[in-house]
Design a protein around this ligand. Structure first.
Ligand code: RIB
Length: 309
């Protein structure tokens, strides 16, 4: 089995700050660090560190930032044979992190806008493939690869981050949809759910699953409040998180989605895969950075054991 990620790869410029800037405000911090990032690359790292065989397809520029952006995946042993070099700047993100570990992120997509679904050959999409997608590469390419992967009967996991419109008939081809609360609220509006009959302040996985149609598992991650999910048969699963001292939440959603993909690719049952992914994401919040903060399988195993009781 293989986890194949088609997505973004970015160099994160991380600015630890006393507080996040308000519009028009300049906030002085100590030092900036350049770290590997991008939701696609982060999720590839999370899956590889959890023990999956991972391949990544995406695009970087022919510039000095490319190697920094790819370094996290290279260190984690991700297969980078499907990375294209294009005539655009490597993607770059400004990541501001405050003392409570909350962040504010601006992304310049750059080369990621030139990532093509054709970088993934048909032979790589089979019933043995877990395809992992996000929305930092062009939506038209995401749609294209979902259609091809669905025909090949691959397991398709879509993290709709950032929240962008996809046709509902394409969402129906996905096996597992992962969104955070803000994305879930946006998606409820996009799917035409009525705010008068649904709670848009606490968007529920069941509402989304019902609106999308049968057979799609939906996960709504709720930060320190855990997660709310329904499996492909409509069975509800809710988990709270383990309490930890939060240092930086950047990439926690990516850690969750990458580990979920790795666990499902391994054949883990959906509830157990969700629990593992949530604990791995919780661990990632105790350290700075995105991909560099993700736990390896052994650390997650130990935390699972400690959290069992
Ligand atoms: O999800 C976190 C990631 O979002 C950061 O690494 C940044 O690159 C942005 O893509």
């Amino acid at each position: 089995m293989t986890v194949l990620v088609f997505g973004s790869v970015v160099a994160d410029m991380v600015f630890p700050l006393p507080h996040l800037p308000r519009p028009g405000e300049t906030v002085l911090g100590e030092a900036m660090r350049v770290l590997p990032g991008g939701k696609g690359a982060n999720q590839a790292v999370a899956a590889a560190r959890d023990g999956a065989a991972v391949a990544f397809a995406g695009a970087v520029g022919r510039d000095a930032l490319a190697e920094q952006a790819l370094s996290g995946m290279r260190a984690a042993g991700v297969d980078l044979a499907r990375v294209a070099e294009v005539e655009a700047a490597t993607g770059c993100a400004a990541v501001c992190v405050d003392v409570k570990g909350q962040n504010q992120i601006a992304v310049a997509a750059g080369a990621n806008s030139w990532a093509l679904a054709t970088q993934v050959e048909d032979a790589a999409l089979t019933a043995e493939t877990t395809l992992l997608l996000q929305m930092e590469v062009p939506a038209v390419e995401v749609v294209e690869i979902i259609r091809r992967a669905s025909k090949a009967e691959a397991l398709i996991i879509l993290n709709l981050a950032p929240a962008l419109p996809l046709p509902v008939e394409v969402l129906r081809l996905v096996d597992v949809l992962v969104v955070n609360e803000a994305e879930a609220t946006w998606l409820m509006g996009h799917l035409g759910l009525d705010p008068a009959t649904r709670n848009f302040d606490e968007p529920a996985s069941a509402d989304l699953a019902e609106a999308i149609g049968e057979g799609v598992a939906v996960v709504v991650t709720r930060g320190e409040r855990g997660l709310d999910a329904v499996d492909a048969d409509g069975q509800r699963i809710t988990y709270g998180t383990a309490p930890v001292k939060v240092k930086d939440t950047t990439g926690a959603g990516d850690c969750f989605t990458g580990v979920l993909a790795a666990a499902l690719d391994e054949g883990e049952e959906f509830p157990a895969a969700l629990w593992r992914a949530m604990l791995a994401a919780t661990l990632s919040c105790t350290r700075e950075g995105a991909a560099v903060s993700f736990p390896g399988a052994e650390e997650t195993d130990a935390f699972l054991e400690a959290s069992a009781g």
